[in-house]
Design a protein around this ligand. Sequence first.
Ligand code: GCO
Ligand code: MG
Length: 404
Amino acid sequence: MKIASADVIVTCPGRNYVTLKITTEDGVTGIGDATLNGRELSVVSYLRDHVCPLLVGRDAGRINDIWQYLYRGAYWRRGPVTMTAIAAVDCALWDILGKVTGQPVHRLLGGAARDGVMIYGHASGGTIDELLDDVAGYLDQGYKAVRVQAAVPGLDSTYGLHHPGTGHTYEPADAAMPSDNAWHTPYYLDFAPKMMKAVRDRFGYDFHLLHDVHHRLSPLEAAQLGKSLEPYRMFWIEDATPAEDQEAFRTIRQHTTTPLAVGEVFNSIWDCQYLIGNRLIDYIRTSVSHTGGITHLRKIFDLADLHGVRTGSHGAGDLSPVSFAAALHLDLTVPNFGIQEYMGHLDPAGEVFKTSYTFEDGYMHPGDAPGLGVEIDEEAAARYPYEPRYLPVNRRLDGSMHDW
Ligand code: GCO
Ligand code: MG
């Protein structure tokens, strides 16, 4: 089971995806997602120039040792680029192990601890009425949990809403150069409770309601938001404050019982240790593809379990179907699973990635195909060459930069 080659595939079927393909001497292939939104080529270089040459000749079955070799063996550790590259290697090796043993990855991880993975969908609207129509669509499809976002009145644009005509998803990185979004906290704090009230008034309380703040508030503003949303019994508010100021969560916690989620921008267990260890959050949102793969994310989830924190992994459309499948495999097995984000993927991503996960009545299942259950069609991938794209930036009304 020696590794014969490791190749990087870059493609843009609707948006950019980077995929690592590892091939063994016996011709077995495994794939891992190496997409880092808006910074894709930095991971391509890290893999091609610094990681792939180290893999050739190693035993593909020694997943733990290869992980340690790439992490501990590097003097410059951690960070999104490094940990995304390691994640891609790790997932590709789990995929290979599954194919060689004829088992789906979830069985290699100890087997299913639940029948399905509860997911949340993304409802949004330019107005509250449009949002309500969108929420109705999700509930009709059987979703048990819905994230809601709507355009903040008074601002020219708001991040995280569907682009017209794209269906139930939005594309975070939307332009060849970063576009500007406007931000004004008082408008938002005034609007958010009205939005949640409208949703609960129309649809009641028999489904989970989530909301993403995208790191926009100060600790006290986040505390005010949490308090104002308490009547609407949120499943969580996500990324209320910039994630690197971890003491901020203590302030928020002291003032509100609204559950807190954070972690999509974290890359290692060390980024999560303080928040989890001190029980300052309720859900950890680290993802397979940005946090060192299944091997490392499993450790984070175990640490969280020890402290009563549940999982809620990032699953935006800029994480490819390969990492979404990997997330489902892990979600199915961990005792402290909370929820999984599912934004879906824009066409024509389905031409490039053939998946075997399924949706039924609000739950998803990764399927029982050997490995991760996703294949990449390289000819289709070649039809969609890389296109430079950026996430937008955020400016206050006076033109100054605001937090992401
Ligand atoms: C989410 C998000 C995304 C991210 C995007 C960044 O919760 O899904 O916050 O919209 O901003 O994935 O690349
Ligand atoms: Mg988010």
